[in-house]
Design a protein around this ligand. Structure first.
Ligand SMILES: Cc1cc2nc3c(=O)[nH]c(=O)nc-3n(C[C@H](O)[C@H](O)[C@H](O)COP(=O)(O)OP(=O)(O)OC[C@H]3O[C@@H](n4cnc5c(N)ncnc54)[C@H](O)[C@@H]3O)c2cc1C
Length: 464
């Protein structure tokens, strides 16, 4: 059968693109290499417990009844989903903790403005202007050429480099594919997503979002094939002619959208399978990846004194967001307590800890070393958290850890790069006229960003 559109990947962007196209009566097929939907934001069961791979928080929260043009409202409108289906629980409050200073923010940016004014009184006026200026800007990405700088932008309003580091820490952890700095457009998008709109968690975790998307897509007649990877994209130099699956079957389509990543998709066009973790001519050295531990605790963290929803911390004088030389970087990280969202009633307490990690160090470890080093990292990361808050370690009953190589194995993203390549293709365009990129390498990042990206690219390429 020939399809109007084939989409590579059943992550957030692929599913959203699929729904959008199916709404316009296109015959759509989504191909997913793995057995689970969700890609970078999937879920799994281990020892009878359900774990989310990548969910700390959904960014871009807008409260019920809010009908503005914010990304979440746009997604709900374009995918014709009701807000009730996502069952969102907003955060209580989050913190940015640096040595001797703490900033606090909620889903009301006024709280962040007040917190900055208290911790950095001399910068209060400048920071107010940052917020005003960010909110006056369009919600669009720029800096595909990598020339604009969020740090330079912040320095035009603020003098205190520590405050600049503290502002950048959460927005980088939640949406920067580039080390040390980020393009201004991406900064504006992330600043609004994190500080102005804020965080929420769907009841039931990431499953809730995925199930809503898959159900909607199927209800519109969209086809979804799991455990069905794309091995090669055949083309005549101008257009895709057919898609070859892992089992050798060929599928044809007028349009192909790929959420596999730009370099990964080009490797499929060149006939280079990327299952070895490398693609000829593509370096993964500038790609950022993380280690994450998920600890199940026998009592909710708030019961023993860990009250914030999310904490972005840094233990050094300055904040370094970059691929570490060693296997991991303990100097900064993210701590998330899913039970500390308003009204969250989880079956068990959970503490998630995330640190920056070096993919190549993990890729080259022997299986025995890999197992030892994962536990070593998780123990050290927990120790640092225990120095900031009441110790959660005596309450841990189960722990799972995933590394850059886990991320690569389950998503195919080179270098286990959570935010993909630092080079984004905002137009989605590729050298082939009927092949476009959606998701991570298009440029909108995170769960909401990926959904928005799927919609934008489906609208741009799929409506002829
Ligand atoms: C540990 C972690 C924590 C995170 N925390 C958050 C968070 O708290 N909040 C937030 O907003 N975001 C978070 N993210 C980021 C978020 O998950 C991603 O930005 C988003 O899910 C990306 O979606 P995507 O559709 O662009 O890509 P992906 O999810 O990677 O989807 C691509 C899909 O394509 C499939 N695929 C690849 N190659 C092929 C092939 N050849 N054939 C068939 N299928 C293929 C992959 O298996 C995958 O399912 C986190 C990510 C991780 C890893």
């Amino acid at each position: 059968m020939k399809y109007d559109a084939v989409i590579i990947g059943a992550g957030m962007s692929g599913l959203s693109a699929g729904i959008r196209l199916a709404y316009f009566d296109k015959r759509v097929l989504i191909l997913e290499r793995h057995y689970a939907y969700g890609g970078l934001n999937s879920y799994y069961t281990l020892g009878g417990r359900q774990y989310d791979v990548g969910l700390h928080a959904l960014t871009n929260y807008t409260p019920p009844g809010h009908r503005g043009g914010q990304p979440l409202n746009r997604i709900l409108r374009q995918l014709r989903l009701s807000r009730e289906e996502l069952k969102l629980h907003p955060q209580k409050y989050s913190e940015v903790r640096f040595p001797g200073r703490t900033l606090r923010f909620t889903n009301d940016v006024a709280d962040f403005i007040e917190s900055v004014a208290t911790a950095f009184p001399k910068e209060a006026g400048g920071f107010y202007k940052v917020v005003e200026d960010v909110l006056s800007r369009e919600y669009v990405l720029d800096g595909e050429d990598g020339e604009s700088s969020a740090r330079a932008y912040l320095r035009s309003f603020l003098n205190d480099e520590i405050l600049i580091d503290m502002i950048l820490c959460p927005v980088m952890y939640y949406g920067s594919p580039t080390p040390h700095d980020m393009p201004l457009g991406q900064f504006v998008v992330m600043f609004r997503s994190v500080y102005c709109e804020g965080f929420a968690r769907p009841e039931g975790g990431v499953r809730t979002i995925i199930k809503v998307l898959v159900k909607k897509y199927r209800s519109l007649g969209g086809k979804l094939r799991m455990r069905c990877g794309v091995e090669r994209i055949h083309h005549d130099g101008h257009r895709v002619t057919s898609i070859e699956l892992d089992d050798g079957e060929h599928v044809e389509a007028d349009l192909v959208l790929s959420s596999a990543g730009f370099d990964e998709t080009m490797a499929l066009c060149a006939g280079e399978a990327n299952s070895t973790g490398t693609v000829a001519g593509v370096s993964t050295e500038d790609r950022l990846s993380f280690l994450e531990s998920v600890s199940i605790v026998n009592v909710e963290p708030s019961a023993f004194g860990i009250m914030p929803t999310i904490v972005f911390y840094n233990t050094e004088d300055r904040f370094t967001y970059a691929r570490p030389d060693g296997a991991y970087d303990l100097s900064s990280g993210v701590l998330c307590m899913p039970g500390n969202f308003t009204g969250a009633a989880l079956p068990e307490g959970i503490v998630r800890v995330t640190n920056l990690a070096n993919y190549d160090r993990w890729r080259t470890m022997s299986p025995a070393e890999y197992a030892v080093r994962k536990n070593e990292w998780a123990d050290k990361a927990s120790e640092i958290v225990a120095g900031m808050f009441p110790d959660f370690r005596p309450h841990v009953i189960e722990r799972d850890v995933f590394s850059p190589t886990t991320i690569e194995r389950y998503t195919g993203h080179l270098g286990g790069a959570v935010y993909g390549s630092p080079r984004k293709i905002h137009s989605g365009r590729t050298p082939l006229a009927n092949l476009a990129i959606c998701g991570t390498d298009q440029g909108f990042l995170g769960i909401v960003g990926a959904m928005l990206s799927g919609i934008l690219i489906a609208n741009a390429y799929g409506m002829e």
